[in-house]
Write a protein that binds this ligand. Sequence first.
Ligand code: ZN
Length: 266
Amino acid sequence: MREILRVQKLGKNHGGYHGETIDVRAVLREVETAAQKHGWTTEVFHEADGFKWFALHHVTPPSCQPPTARFYISAGIHGDEPATLLAARKLLAGNRWPAGVEICLLPCLNPIGFTLNKRENADGIDLNRDYRHPKSAETCAHIGWLERQPKFDLYLCLHEDWEAHGFYLYEQNPDNKVSLAGKIIEAVQKVCPIDLSENIEGRPAQGGVIHPKIIPAKRPDWPEALYLLSRKSRQGYTLEAPSDFPLATRVNALVAAVNAATGAHR
Ligand SMILES: [Zn+2]
């Protein structure tokens, strides 16, 4: 525990993310290699500027029976959040998934943003506000892919927040299913500080958990999570790693969160 308490903010993020960046093409190649090694299939749903947007799909063994749950995991929608993509790579390489589940993993929804180290795409569109009346080719293609999918039991959207004092999450659980928030926080706090602020991003928070009171129909600029909640899944978590902390700490936080959520889901 003492070890963890020594992880401190780096103090680099003034007015935005000023930490390490990644070679997105190289990381995406490694993502595909790790996925292929463990028997995932790849579906390309969009191509632009030499990049392929792809969904990875896998049913974990034993595959003789129908999957007990369907999980959706996405990363890399904001190009200044490198730990999300690295966490996807680490999850695939680590291959620690529950038995008998179906997983769709979209490792990078905004590759061009990563070449620019900025949140938005090349046209300045925040893709994570583009899911109600989509304008970007990337989001239109992603929604096209989502529309072809059956419903998911759980969605996990990986993010980073340059202002955060620690890890936190948004929970959407309108049907009051068994909450996974406590299990996620419990797992993450072993590897990364939790943001214990009572107000995060203008919303009340408790122990690193935010329950946003949002009526999707009243909000004009849907993030990916609201599209998923409205159309594809009745439970999900937006996971926010604190990007003013060391990169390895943020990656470990997101990996721990995904492992905890997928492992605890019943
Ligand atoms: Zn984000």
